[in-house]
Design a protein around this ligand. Structure first.
Ligand SMILES: *Cc1c(COP(=O)(O)O)cnc(C)c1O
Length: 386
């Protein structure tokens, strides 16, 4: 049913385009809601995964908060109906202008990544006669067992405040009267499929909480970040990530204090499977050891393979019916003038021809948001299942 519906869209829309299955998005959100509410967990959607207006409106309709990493994301979240009271703002390099945007909007919380940032937020809050609510993003030094470009919780990464600096930060904050410490924030990386990493995170947070308690600092909010992975190999078998186990793990291992609220920031796990990049084959080129399928979509539409060697399942929708068709080895590439503009090397596909429709699956997160117009290409469009 997926392939036929998508295939039909190619009659009315020119390729390449992102196809979003809004039903799957809704089913995913229903599960997120149902499983997180069991434990009164609060979920913020990480907008950077997919900031498409239709997608955001859908997510907003399930009453999630928003996790933003820029001033413009904050503006977009509010524009799409998210309440500033449910917005958290992270990022190692918040500009003065972005901080002003957040202060003016009265967002829920700044997730702060350095002492100097806290000082600047305080200073800007003074000039507006406001109190900025902040959480300390602590680098827990945990190996997330994912690609090195999307691991964020190791000491060598630029993110968060090192545990060894905390004493100093707390001391310094005593004189910053226009900031109020309301929580702790963590985020150890993305596309994490090994649940042990989250378990380790819980243990680490428990230790860090004790540290704060020993210093009589009350922590009202614990934000454990996001990072839950999705199945890029079998998108049809695992359409919705295992949110039940994920939230249960935090309930089992995180020591939550009385009246304390636990927050999550999920991006990829909510939107990845509902998006597919649809492209048409421009040319087949025979080469020495392989055949090239040259698509009309490239790294300008989906950058993940070029950026971090990400794998996406590729299907020839035109050939779905002839399962018995001979499989050939192909390199699937885009039209951009870069050798890294390659979606897959040496994969088996049924014999493919000019004009065939190709689906690049699991592209709903970190796909359309990273699209650009390099080579002065047209901006990729979006098409919806309804
Ligand atoms: C990117 C990011 C997220 C979301 O990560 P996913 O892997 O998409 O769930 C959450 N929190 C912060 C601070 C982030 O930077």
């Amino acid at each position: 049913m997926f392939s036929q519906n998508v295939f039909d869209k190619t009659n009315s829309f020119s390729t390449p385009f992102y196809y979003y299955d809004l039903d799957l998005l809704k089913q995913t959100l229903e599960i997120v809601k149902q499983e997180s509410e069991k434990y009164n967990f609060i979920v913020h959607y990480a907008i950077k995964a997919n900031a498409n207006t239709e997608i955001l409106k859908s997510i907003k309709s399930f009453d999630l908060g928003a996790d933003c990493v820029s001033g413009n994301e904050i503006k977009k979240a509010i524009h799409c109906g998210f309440s500033p009271k449910d917005i958290v703002f992270a990022g190692v390099g918040k500009s003065d202008k972005e901080i002003d945007t957040a202060l003016d909007a009265d967002i829920f919380c700044f997730n702060c990544e350095s002492l100097q940032e806290i000082e600047v937020i305080n200073e800007l809050a003074v000039s507006k006669n406001k109190i900025a609510k902040i959480a300390l993003r602590i680098n827990p030094n945990i190996y997330a067992n994912t690609h090195k470009y999307i691991t964020t919780g190791l000491e060598e990464n630029k993110f968060g405040i090192n545990f060894s600096m905390l004493e100093f930060v707390l001391d310094d904050m005593k004189v910053l009267n226009n900031t109020e410490l309301i929580g702790l924030h963590f985020h150890i990386g993305s596309q994490i499929t090994d649940m042990k990493s989250f378990k380790l995170l819980c243990f680490r947070i428990n230790e860090i909480q004790n540290w704060f308690e020993n210093r009589k600092v009350k922590i009202e909010n614990i934000n454990v970040g996001g990072g839950l992975g999705v199945d890029y190999d079998e998108p049809d078998l695992y359409r919705i990530p295992d949110f039940a186990s994920y939230f249960k793990l935090f309930n089992d291992f995180l020591e939550v204090r009385l009246d304390q609220k636990v927050h999550f920031e999920l991006g990829r796990s909510i939107t990845a499977q509902c998006g597919t990049l649809i492209s048409k084959v421009l040319y087949i080129k025979k080469a020495v050891n392989t055949n090239f399928i040259i698509l009309d979509a490239g790294m300008t539409e989906l950058m993940r393979p070029a950026l971090y060697q990400a794998y996406h399942k590729i299907e020839n929708l035109s050939k779905r019916k002839s399962i018995e068709a001979e499989q050939l080895k192909y390199d699937v590439v885009g039209p951009i003038c870069e050798s890294s503009d390659c979606f897959a090397k040496g994969i088996n596909l049924p014999e493919t021809f000019r004009g065939d429709i190709i689906a690049i699956r699991t592209a709903g997160a970190y796909g359309e948001v990273m699209a650009n117009d390099y080579n002065l290409r047209d901006r990729v469009k979006a098409v919806y299942s309804d």
